[in-house]
Design a protein around this ligand. Structure first.
Ligand SMILES: [Zn+2]
Length: 426
């Protein structure tokens, strides 16, 4: 047996999600299921994909570490393309206020909201941020997530934005997950710039963005384009500056009101437009006609008791839809992949097949890596999730329950259900 060689055989279903770019509209339902499937990988890369008989005819089993996947479905590792993974503090008190029906303004007046997380993140040491984020990464890995996008945006000043991004770099280097860093310096207007959003955008463009670029700390630049936060014009100004530095673009768009964010994203060809709870029909048409992925975050709508994004309508209109958790300490303190599958299928009208595409290949496209991850194709990174059940259809069906048996990152089993607490006493 050679190091770095893994063979998974006899998977009851091998769900390949084959493809190297986002799937749109009807194509999202095409996930490429093979019965009795096998995958061989070497040095972290997939080398053979097919039925067990096909693959076994081409490899020598003795060379491999073998996983027998009888009765289990094998899928690409999940890609969570929208999280705020690295932050200080929690807001459990504010959550209780919200349940009571307290208004957003009254919560802000009591020091809640994003400013509370900003202060806690500014105060936290890099080690503290690393430790809490690594614990969240652990739960991601247990749920089959092999790639996690992570946004800055809780510093809202040069020092803390860089601190957050450097923590992401360390997470990428030290955990089994692949972390895709996004600079979200324009997440909110910090107290120092209250009422001066334009000046804050100037500051981000002149003082922060160049430093982020100099250290190559972020792949993407994102903006919170929202009524009362950053306008379409301000968002565009910052995104254009980021594009000039060679960064990929993302956009928080039309979450609380339709401000034309989706149309801006489509026009700039951003990797994704995210949230879209209040996107207009026009905005959907713009996205459908663009290369931008519509990233939907139903755990946030659920946590805020907001109506869900119109995922069914978007797919029917020809959009490429991705699903992501939006894990953050305020509006959605959850990275539950099982819940995400259930909400997407039960409340947003996605089929199980569409939800699988949304969390694999389309998630990969939303972070600009569909050429490397998001499907089980020869030549791609060997990132996979093996389920404890025989079909991917159990993902939304077994509501809220993690059914991942093993998570494989670059050909290595990095999470294994078998090592969880023992059921029987001895
Ligand atoms: Zn977000």
């Amino acid at each position: 047996m050679e190091q770095g060689k893994l063979l998974i055989k006899h998977a009851s279903e091998l769900v390949t999600c084959s493809g190297f770019a986002a799937k749109r509209g009807e194509a999202m339902a095409d996930i490429g299921v093979l019965a009795d499937g096998a995958v061989a990988c070497s040095d972290g890369i997939i080398t053979h994909v097919g039925t067990t008989a096909e693959v076994m005819a081409q490899v020598d089993e003795a060379d491999y570490r073998v996983v027998d996947a009888r009765g289990k479905a094998l899928l690409p590792g999940f890609v969570d393309s929208h999280t705020h993974l690295v932050f200080g503090g929690y807001r459990e008190e504010e959550f209780a206020w919200r349940l009571r029906g307290d208004s957003y303004m009254s919560i802000m007046e009591r020091g809640g909201g994003i400013v509370s997380t900003m202060t806690a993140t500014r105060d936290a040491t890099p080690e503290e941020l690393l430790e809490t984020a690594a614990e969240r990464v652990r739960t991601f890995l247990e749920m089959g997530v092999t790639t996690v996008e992570a946004k800055s945006g809780y510093g809202l000043d040069l020092t803390t934005e860089l601190k957050q991004l450097r923590v992401m770099r360390r997470l990428d280097a030290t955990t089994a997950a692949e972390i895709v860093p996004t600079f979200l310096g324009a997440h909110a207007v910090p107290p120092e710039y209250k009422g001066r959003a334009d000046h804050y955008i100037d500051y981000v463009i002149k003082e922060v963005l160049p430093e982020v670029k100099r250290e190559e700390l972020a792949l993407c630049c994102d903006v919170f384009c929202e009524k009362g936060v950053f306008s379409v014009a301000q968002s565009e100004r910052l995104l254009m500056a980021a594009r000039d530095l060679g960064m990929s673009l993302k956009l928080h768009a039309d979450e609380m009101a339709d401000t034309g964010g989706a149309a801006l994203a489509a026009r700039l060809g951003t990797l994704s437009a995210d949230h879209l709870l209040h996107v207009s029909g026009d905005g959907i048409r713009h996205l459908a006609g663009s290369r931008t992925v519509a990233t939907l975050l139903p755990l946030t709508a659920f946590s805020l008791r907001e109506p869900y994004a119109r995922g069914r309508e978007m797919i029917d209109a020809g959009c490429a839809v991705a699903l992501a958790t939006d894990l953050n300490p305020g509006s959605c303190f959850s990275n539950s992949i099982p819940m995400l599958f259930a909400l997407a299928c039960i409340y947003m009208g996605l089929s199980p097949e569409e939800a699988v595409t949304a969390l694999t290949l389309n998630g990969a496209a939303a972070v600009g890596r569909a050429d490397r991850i998001g499907s089980i194709d020869v030549g791609k990174q060997a990132d996979m999730a093996l389920l404890r059940f025989s079909s991917y259809r159990f993902l939304p069906y077994h509501v809220g329950i993690n059914i991942v048996d093993k998570t494989i990152k670059r050909g290595i089993v990095v999470a294994d259900h078998a090592t969880n607490p023992r059921i029987y006493q001895s």
